[in-house]
Design a protein around this ligand. Structure first.
Ligand SMILES: Cc1cc2nc3c(=O)[nH]c(=O)nc-3n(C[C@H](O)[C@H](O)[C@H](O)COP(=O)(O)O)c2cc1C
Length: 212
């Protein structure tokens, strides 16, 4: 096993892992459909909860929504409406904590890059037992993120997508039964000119690892 893997592949993977960042401003030049498909292909090869989706060949679905399309306008509005509703419900329970303030802002203004990036990609993973669809989605998105990075394409996770999994209008637009698929999503596109992500301090081997 692993016969096709040479040391330079490992070095290249390290470079890509270190280069991956959240991109939150996009160029209007769209990546090609071939590039988008290559990114999705990487996601489709991510691991899945075999027991949870046994006997369900359609366990992973991907939806590509293009900028300026009727679908993009519809999904952006649906997310906005859902976030506004959720903010109201949460505010009644926990008050105006920072997370509720962010939801409220999304409810008023929408998710900033849904609609302004060239593509909004939604990934669905069929729910099952054990309930691990969300974890599978994370692996899928991470594979997509690394592949996008290797192509010089930026990706921003859009976590609000996960709140849409039981929204009847959203699921109808995607053509999936409401509530049966966990959802996650991301915006994709080339980084805007001069886009610089904020500096981030990642955990280090020395500070974070204990060998027992
Ligand atoms: C589970 C999860 C959800 C996230 N959701 C969002 C999101 O909705 N929008 C966003 O811009 N970034 C989101 N992020 C990205 C993180 O904010 C980001 O990875 C972190 O700040 C480190 O920055 P970097 O990705 O540039 O290295 C999410 C990250 C994780 C792990």
């Amino acid at each position: 096993m692993f016969e096709n893997i040479a040391p330079e592949h490992s070095v290249a993977l390290d470079v890509i892992i270190r280069a991956r960042r959240s991109v939150r401003a996009f160029s209007s030049t769209p990546p090609s459909e071939e590039a988008v498909e290559a990114i999705i292909q990487a996601g489709l090869l991510a691991p899945f909860g075999a027991l949870a989706v046994a006997g369900k060949p359609d366990f992973r679905k991907v939806f590509v929504i293009r900028k300026s399309s009727a679908s993009m306008e519809a999904v952006a509005n649906m997310i906005k409406t859902r976030m506004a509703k959720q903010a109201d419900e949460l505010e009644k329970k926990v008050g105006l904590v920072p997370f509720v303030q962010i939801l409220k802002r999304i409810g008023q203004q929408g998710v900033p890059v849904v609609g302004s990036a060239p593509y909004f990609i939604v990934v669905g993973e069929r729910k099952g037992m054990p309930a691990i669809a969300a974890q599978s989605l994370s692996y899928c998105l991470q594979n997509m993120w690394l592949k996008a990075t290797s192509l010089g394409i930026g990706l921003q996770l859009i976590s609000a997508t996960s709140q849409m999994d039981s929204d009847p209008d959203f699921c109808r637009l995607l053509g999936i039964p409401a509530g049966e698929y966990a959802l996650d999503g991301c915006s994709l596109g080339y980084p805007a000119d001069n886009y610089q992500p904020p500096s981030v301090e990642y955990p280090t081997l020395t500070k974070s690892v204990s060998w027992l």
